[in-house]
Write a protein that binds this ligand. Structure first.
Ligand code: PMP
Length: 407
């Protein structure tokens, strides 16, 4: 690739340079979590080595340094999502945490018996179960947008589901199991037309697609830092300011209060109202560095390079007899998810691992989607910026070996 120097990028990820089961590691499990570049690792260590302190409350130098680095990360996320206001960014432990926060605050306050929540067939369990829990408690009804055989959402069916009973729509931006990109802008527009609020699960989209929450006009957007070259245990929830303001707090504790008495406690302003307790300070700070790393490479360059890997892999995998790609939708990020006739995905994964190739197998936390395709799971190879066409060739060779051993 002309614009990105992939060899130089690979040197930023020392973990890639290792031998696994006698072969040079090929890491194709990026949709589960990406590797972390040296600057991110240094930012983590730098905090603990140089200015570890609790934030916001301290008046000493280390506490101030930690607080300003922490808040700088909030600004970086604001820019990353193009949010209008910095206080619209709430730090969470990740995508799952963000969705639960919205279900447990917005959902519990504003949804009632008979109200309908719409999700899709391809949701990750983390965008199904929190809504089911809410439905159980409040008597709401969960509706599901079906998909076609390619994995694309059937938008006409979505329109049929929408009514004045629809109070919330929660949809994944990019499917982790198939890589399909959903037309979220249209989905949001149609939901707003019936007065429903919308949450977009950006766990897989955030490292591949430019996100503009104002252009999308979404009410909520959630993602996890660990899928965009950042640390685990850290994510963000974006919410429109007036919507967040209307929501009750969720976790109670330090930091989220203004004044506590035994008779009555008043709550802090946004964003602190939703950030009880000591957060993952180091991970928040290192997320700034991860976003800087992505911005330096240029998200458009990342997307173009990763798309070239997707095209190469899609073509190369045609070489494997009996292989069928699950999710051949119109628009995709760099994920190939497939089944091979007569071979269980777990066997495929084990034999690839024996050759030093890391893929993910199973249902990818999308059991209803697997059921829709009448399969129990797939083998998924997902590519990041440090992957190469040579590595995809290794995957193809590896799969030939899988067939030889299993059939
Ligand atoms: N949604 C999607 C689409 C995902 O891919 C994932 C992670 N596999 C999640 C939600 C949950 O993210 P986390 O585990 O970081 O909370």
């Amino acid at each position: 690739h002309e614009i990105l120097d992939i060899e130089a990028i690979r040197r930023d990820f020392p973990i890639l340079d290792q031998v696994v089961n006698g072969r040079q590691l090929v890491y194709f499990d990026n949709a589960a979590t990406t590797q972390k570049p040296l600057p991110v690792l240094k930012a983590l260590a730098g905090y603990y080595e140089g200015y570890n302190a609790n934030i916001h409350r301290g008046i000493h130098a280390l506490a101030e340094k930690a607080t300003s680095a922490f808040e700088l990360s909030r600004r970086a996320i604001q820019q990353f999502l193009n949010a209008a206001h910095v206080e619209e960014i709430i730090f969470t432990y990740g995508t799952t945490d963000g969705i639960n926060l919205v279900a447990q605050t917005y959902g519990r306050r504003f949804l009632n018996t008979g109200d309908e929540i719409i999700i899709t067939t391809m949701e990750h369990h983390s965008n199904i179960v929190p809504w089911q829990m809410l439905c159980e408690e409040k008597g709401c009804v969960l509706k599901v947008i079906p998909i076609d055989d390619n994995g694309d959402l059937i938008l006409e069916e979505y329109e049929k589901l929408l009514s004045e009973r629809t109070k919330f729509v929660s949809v994944v931006h990019v499917s982790n199991a198939m890589g399909i990109i959903n037309p979220v802008k249209t989905i949001i527009e149609k939901a707003h037309a019936v007065g429903a609020k919308v949450l977009i699960d950006g766990a897989q989209a955030s490292s591949h697609i430019d996100i503009d929450v104002q252009d999308l006009d979404t009410d909520f957007y959630v993602f996890s830092a660990h899928k965009l070259y950042g640390p685990t245990g850290m994510g963000a929830l974006y919410g429109k300011r007036d919507v967040l303001d209307s929501m009750p707090p969720w976790r109670g504790g330090g930091e989220m209060i203004k004044e506590v008495t035994f008779e009555k406690t008043t709550y802090n302003d946004l964003p602190y109202k939703f950030e009880a307790g000591t957060p993952n300070i180091a991970d928040v700070i290192a997320t700034y560095t991860a976003l800087e790393y992505i911005n330096n490479l240029g998200k458009k360059n990342l997307a173009a390079y990763e798309h070239s890997l997707l095209e190469y892999a899609t073509e190369a995998l045609k070489d494997i007899e009996g292989l069928r790609i699950i999710g051949q939708g119109a628009e995709k990020i760099s994920v190939v998810s497939f089944v091979i006739d007569g071979i269980h995905h777990q066997d495929t994964g084990v034999i690839l691992d024996q050759q030093g190739i890391a893929v993910r197998t199973g249902h990818h936390c999308t059991q209803p989607l697997m059921r829709r395709f009448n399969i129990t799971g797939t083998t998924r190879a997902s590519f990041a910026v440090y992957n190469t066409k040579e590595e995809i060739d290794r995957l193809v060779q590896g799969l030939h070996r899988v067939r030889k051993m299993m059939l």
